[in-house]
Unconditional design. Structure first.
Length: 505
């Protein structure tokens, strides 16, 4: 008899300090969630766990049921009503009977009345079907709860930041589950949680202790000691009791020592995180000094053979972690210090886009750009920047990722316009979008006629994911500490639920 596989995606990285609301239509990256066949069509063939699950189900000849696919870029907690509209179709699909469930979840989702959305999703599915095998993939930025581990059969997560191995994480979890269903393996999970909250600026394998931990994880998987070993170094901007570094290892209880091996690998990974925790702390920097340094690097010109722009990373207002993406502090400093030939992306300001569209291409406009959003959780008000320039380009903001992250997936910036500001050596171009979008793919510039490799400077509202598309073209990279709800300086936040030590420099 044909097996029925339920495959679903419900993903939100909730920044509980973000002032940006998360209504239902924000899922689907601004197009609303997809249900049924549309959920499958939106993700099949993309570099995501959901696509890996679909590929495995197709190979197994299973009937594929995709009740929901809903991902929103990070922002504040969604409401209970929104959450129910995402979870109930999944519950209905499982209730109608299935042989396995494959879930592409984030791991840092908060609902206005629930600090552990993933735990709730799994608990509700377990209530419907106590024994159905459930595979789950999590983002690297996961705050893992005991209930989540208890209710899942297999958990894996990404081992990269930028996350360029999402498909592989899905493949790993999916294959383990299918092998378990065939009686070839018997997954057993060992996990642990450390009461430490790293700065996300210190999460990438090349920046902090995660690199050494991931070497242990990959080696254990390759040797076959364990089926999967995953580091989840927390999402610091979600204020929950589960926020902290965790490790989850899937062993094979069918093998002699399979369970003991899993426990050993889990302990080894946690020990490196614990002993190296100082490496998860972020050292504060002074904005004016960072921009001045970038200016020197850019103005010095390239050595023979050196090409590409100097990147200025406005990491404290990163929409990829819940930032408002309209804090103008770093842009203002760039203009104040007279950097020119700069491409900036993206500033979110739908009103400014409307004004630029009304003015029309080639015409001059004076704008109060950005600064539309108050950030009460960190005591900041929005501060727009008075700026004049020419409308260079107008687009519908429809993009497809061609870089290594989310390859092949469509996304939406909303109506978008480019403001061109004259400089002494070259123009500065600011990409202004209507929707939030982290710039991790060169398409953010190229879709509106800007060639990023040709600019002297590029300013990005991003934290680490920009490295997926932009690190290969960069001559130098300078982190610029401005303001915003994704500040690397965790002392900026007033936590209420966290039970772990915040790693503050
Ligand atoms: Zn992440």
């Amino acid at each position: 008899m044909t097996q029925r596989f339920v495959i679903a995606l419900i993903k939100h990285e909730t920044n509980t300090f973000s002032p940006i609301p998360t209504p239902l239509e924000k899922f689907g990256h601004g197009q609303g969630p997809a249900f049924g066949r549309a959920a499958r069509d939106a993700f099949e063939g993309s570099a995501t766990p959901m696509a890996a699950f679909i590929d495995i189900a197709k190979r197994e000849g299973a009937e594929i049921i995709t009740p929901v696919a809903a991902e929103s870029w990070p922002s504040a907690a969604c409401t209970r009503a929104t959450f129910e509209q995402l979870v109930r179709p999944l519950e209905d699909a499982v209730r109608q009977g299935c042989d396995a469930v494959f879930l592409d979840l984030h791991g840092a989702m908060v609902v206005d009345d629930c600090l552990d959305a993933e735990g709730e999703i799994l608990r509700r599915l377990r209530r419907i079907h106590a024994t159905v095998p459930i595979a789950v993939t999590f983002d690297y930025h996961t705050n893992l709860s005991p209930e989540t581990v208890q209710c899942a059969t297999v958990i894996t997560g990404y081992k990269t930041y930028p996350h360029v191995d999402m498909y592989q994480a899905g493949q790993l979890a999916g294959e383990i589950l299918v092998n378990a269903m065939k009686g070839r393996v018997k997954p057993v999970m060992k996990w642990g949680w450390l009461p430490i909250v790293p700065s996300i600026m210190r999460h990438a394998p090349e920046d902090g202790p995660a690199g050494a931990i991931l070497i242990v994880a990959r080696a254990a998987e390759q040797r076959g000691d364990v089926l999967a070993a995953t580091l989840l170094p927390a999402f610091a901007h979600a204020d929950t009791p589960f926020t902290g570094v965790s490790v989850v290892v899937v062993g094979d209880a069918m093998k002699p020592n399979g369970e003991a091996n899993a426990a050993q690998v889990c302990d080894a990974m946690l020990r490196i995180a614990h002993d190296g925790k100082v490496g998860f702390s972020y050292q504060r920097t002074v904005l004016a000094e960072s921009v001045a340094r970038a200016k020197v690097l850019g103005d010095a010109g390239a050595k023979p053979g050196d090409v590409g722009p100097v990147l200025l990373i406005d990491h404290c207002d990163n929409c990829g972690s819940g930032g408002t993406q309209d804090v103008m502090m770093v842009v203002e400093e760039i203009l104040r210090q007279g950097l020119d030939d700069v491409a900036i992306a993206p500033i979110r300001d739908p009103d400014a886009v409307r004004k630029m569209i009304a003015a029309g291409i080639g015409n001059n406009v004076t704008l109060q750009l950005g600064g539309n959003t108050a950030m009460p959780s960190i005591g900041l008000n929005g501060r727009p920047l008075a700026i004049s320039g020419k409308v260079r380009t107008i687009t519908d903001g429809e993009i497809v990722f061609r870089g290594p992250m989310y390859t092949g997936l469509k996304s939406h910036l909303g109506p978008t316009a480019v403001l061109e500001v004259s400089g002494t050596r070259g123009r500065t171009e600011i990409v202004v979008t209507s929707l939030h979008h982290e710039p991790f793919d060169l398409v953010i510039f190229r879709h509106c006629g800007i060639e990023p490799t040709k600019k002297r400077f590029i300013m990005l509202k991003s934290r680490i994911h920009y490295r997926a598309g932009f690190k290969p073209i960069a001559r130098h990279i300078v982190d610029c500490q401005g303001e915003g709800v994704t500040s690397a300086d965790l002392s900026a936040y007033r936590y209420r639920h966290v039970k772990a030590d915040l790693l503050i420099a």
